[in-house]
Every structure is written in C-alpha cells, then in structure tokens.
Design a protein around this ligand. Structure first.
Ligand code: GUN
Length: 297
C-alpha cells in the first residue's frame, strides 16, 4: 500500500505544538508573536495565500497585521513600509508576498527586511547562513515544510539520493541546501534537475526521494519514477475542468494517479505541501519571537 504523506495532518500536529509555545511565550514572557504580511496589488492567488497566512496566524494566537498596498505603490513607499515594520517592536516576522509588480526591485525589498524578522528566509543573510551552516537562520517555509514532511512521515532523507526538480530561489535551491546540511533532516545526496536537464526521466528514475517544484501541471508521469520512490509534490496548479462547478481543478506537478502506483509514499495536492508552507511561516514567527524574548526555541 502506498503511504499518503498528508501535509494537512502533519501541519495540524506542528500547529498544536506551536499553539502551546505561543501560550507559554505569553504566560512566561508576556510576549505575543507578531506577523506582518505585505501584499502589493490584488492578484487573486496572492490575495488568497496572504489571507490564509493571516487566518492561520490568528487561529494560533499570533498577532497578525495584513497590509495591502495598491498595485502602483512605488518602490520607495514599499521600502518605507518595510522600515516601519522593522522598527515596530510588536512585529517579529515580516513577509512581503511575491511576486511583486514589475516596477519594484524584488531583491532590494527583500534586502530591506531586518534579517532578525526575515521569517520567509529570503534575505541574502538568511540564504548565506543556510548555505554555509553558520549561525542561526530562518529556513524558507516551503522547503522547510518538505523536510518536516519527510522526517515526520518516517522517510528521513539522511543518506538517500534526493532529486529535486526545479531550481527556484523559493523552493529548489533552498531545498537542496537544507537537504544536504550536516544536520537532522539533511545529510542527503542531492541532485537538482530543471527544465534544461537532458533526459530528465533518467534523472528522476534515479531518485530515492523525488521533490518536484517545476510549476508545470502533472508533468511527472508514472514512467519517470522508479518503484519504491518517495515523492513530494510541491506544485499547485489550476487547470481548466468543465466537469467542476468552479470550472477548474487544482493539481500538482505530479500525475498523482499514475505515480501513486509506483511510489512507496507520495504527498497529495491539495493537502500536501501547501498547508506546510503556512505552518513553517508560523513556526518561524514563533521562533523569532522566542529568540527576542530570550526563551528557548
Ligand atoms: N510567493 C509564493 N510563495 C511565497 C512564499 O513562500 N513567500 C512569499 N513571500 N511569497 C511567495
């Protein structure tokens, strides 16, 4: 029987642990963790993600500020908002939802966030610390969620050949760095494949663990996976479907029904990595507040 790795269940487990930590921070240190999300424009998917992040924070007892700016907000205005949040003592985590409109330099905005409040893990300091293993850092939420899913489902990546399909700054690259770390949840042998990889199927078939983050609906088919592989599907895609009331369905980058037949374990979409990304954001916010309060993390 194929093991279904439910991000929803693992998420619930972690959120219940976090709820206790939030209560302890309040009771013992008088600190309420605070998260600020900044959304520029009204892109429906981004609006939905930011809404979900704030709702989840609230449910956990985390204070959350949702800042929504017009799509034509200037880079300077946005930098001003980030500066204000940097100096706000009630805010322990700042998330600027990506992508930003074309007229704003994403790198400049991410670098403006105080690294001590960088709960997204996208600041160059966080990226550098993750890569070098020096000092404390916030791990980017989606790859951190992937690692938690593997470990908590009994599929520890240590010593395994992990093939990551996708090389984005948000998922592929940090996932590779996390999985090859000399630390719990790491110690894997990592291959990063991408859209220009020659004979992608030969590479994906060589994986013990396959992490797919290409953003292409159902592109990993059954013939691309070996028997017994553990498959984590990071993709979230909307595809037209006239049989559904909404006119679309949500699917991953993996053709689930085919790949499930060969995989030892597989994460579904929805209900897989999605909830984990939000949970790791909450975990990073609680970690940031704990560090500030001098509490153990
Ligand atoms: N856009 C897509 N994923 C993410 C994420 O994890 N964080 C932010 N800030 N923007 C995103």
């Amino acid at each position: 029987m194929t093991q279904i790795i439910s991000g929803r269940e693992i998420s619930d487990e972690i959120r219940s642990e976090l709820k206790d930590q939030v209560a302890a921070l309040k009771a013992e240190h008088g600190v309420t963790p605070g998260l600020a999300t900044v959304l520029v424009g009204a892109e429906p998917a981004s609006q939905m993600y930011v809404g979900m992040k704030n709702k989840a924070a609230h449910a956990m007892g985390i204070h959350s500020d949702q800042i929504t700016l017009e799509a034509d907000t200037s880079e300077d205005e946005l930098l001003g908002v980030v500066e204000g949040l940097n100096s706000n003592p009630e805010i322990h985590g700042i998330l600027v939802q990506l992508p930003l409109p074309d007229h704003i330099d994403e790198g400049k905005v991410l670098e403006a966030i105080d690294p001590l409040k960088d709960v997204d893990g996208f600041h160059p300091m966080s990226v550098g610390r993750l890569a070098t293993g020096s000092g404390d850092f916030f791990a980017p939420c989606t790859p951190a969620g992937v690692v938690e899913m593997l470990v908590r489902s009994g599929n520890d990546p240590s010593g395994k050949h992990v093939v990551i399909v996708g090389r984005s700054n948000i998922v592929g690259k940090p996932a590779a760095a996390l999985l090859m770390r000399k630390a719990p949840g790491g110690n894997a042998t990592v291959t990063v494949a991408h859209s220009r990889t020659a004979d992608l199927a030969a590479v994906t078939r060589s994986a013990d663990i396959l992490v797919v983050a290409m953003g292409r609906p159902e592109m990993i088919t059954g013939d691309m996976v070996s028997e017994g592989t553990v498959v984590i599907d990071v993709g979230t895609n909307r595809v037209d479907d006239d049989t559904r009331e909404k006119g679309y369905r949500v699917c991953g980058d993996v053709l689930f029904d085919e790949v499930k037949e060969k995989a030892a374990a597989i994460s579904p979409v929805p209900g897989g990595v999605g909830p984990m990304t939000i949970t790791m954001l909450l975990a990073n916010t609680v970690k940031s507040a704990s560090l500030r309060a001098g509490a153990s993390v």
